[in-house]
Design a protein around this ligand. Structure first.
Ligand code: GLN
Length: 272
């Protein structure tokens, strides 16, 4: 009786030790094999690699209506809604960071943000530094002048003072065609439009949707009836983060397929 009891205790101790050891081992195995994001349990809903777990940090320049602009303290617009729809698909919470347009590609490529969404045109030059997702919208470069301007065509811009937003495709194209010395570069599109309205410059070259928006909200301006250049907008993602690129492209494909992208565009852009 006594002997049996001792045996039982001894067996229990051995069993316990091996169970503990077993537990330890299997826990360790799980940790070693599983991707870092899934080890925190219920809080982690996404396995997509991002700068901050569970977040999709979006870099933008919030002076590009209707793609991104301030409504009070909040940044809203087409790109914000598209990011939120992507975030929802991927289980990531969107955080919007406003910065100079010129800083977006650097922020994304140096791991300060996950995705650049800024009505950004795909160009071969930019593709050297960043990867672009599939495109989700198109843009056209427009020319804004004062209502009483003698500028009627693109050719009339020769020798005039042209305002652009720094490092945008409007800047690149205008600088190439009309010479750096004739191009005044502003950090924000609306600063360029303000300078035009105050007579400090003769024209502004900027994407068509912000152009429409600025002309509607500023007296005495008009858009030339000419299409300077057609472009494709896409989101940018750091080179090397193919998992995020694939995940975003997958989400974009679904959002195009089910009409979400179109309905977001239609909400902000009225058909003329
Ligand atoms: N589409 C233009 C570009 O990519 C302008 C974008 C912007 O100003 N946000 O350069």
């Amino acid at each position: 009786m006594k002997f049996r009891k001792v045996m039982t205790l001894a067996m229990a101790a051995v069993l316990g030790a091996s169970l503990l050891a077993g537990c330890g081992n299997s826990a360790k195995d799980t940790q070693d094999n599983a991707p870092a994001e899934s080890t925190t349990g219920a809080a982690a809903t996404s396995t997509v690699p991002t700068v901050t777990e569970g977040k999709l940090i979006m870099a933008t320049n919030a002076y590009f209506p209707p793609y991104e602009y301030y409504e009070g303290n909040e940044i809203v617009g087409i790109d914000v809604e598209i990011a939120e729809a992507i975030g929802e698909k991927l289980g990531l919470e969107v955080e919007v960071q406003d910065m100079e347009f010129d800083s977006i590609i650097t922020a994304v490529s140096t791991g300060k943000a996950d995705i650049g969404l800024a009505g950004m045109t795909v160009t071969p030059e930019r593709q050297k530094n960043i990867n672009f997702t599939d495109t989700y919208a198109t843009g056209i470069q427009s020319v804004i002048v004062r209502e009483d301007s003698d500028i009627q065509t693109i050719d009339d811009l020769q020798g005039k003072k042209i305002g652009v937003q720094l490092s945008t495709t409007g800047d690149i194209k205008a600088s190439e065609q009309f010479g750096e010395e004739n191009v005044e570069k502003f950090n924000k599109g609306n600063d360029a439009v303000m300078a035009l309205s105050q007579g400090k410059i003769d024209a502004v070259i900027i994407d068509n949707q912000p152009a429409l928006s600025y002309v509607a909200s500023t007296d005495g301006l008009k858009i030339l009836d000419t299409q300077y250049a057609e472009e494709e907008y896409a989101a940018c993602i750091a080179k090397g983060n193919d998992a995020l690129l694939d995940a975003v492209n997958g989400a974009l494909a679904e959002l195009k397929e089910d009409g979400t992208i179109q309905s977001i565009l239609d909400k902000y852009i009225s058909a003329e």
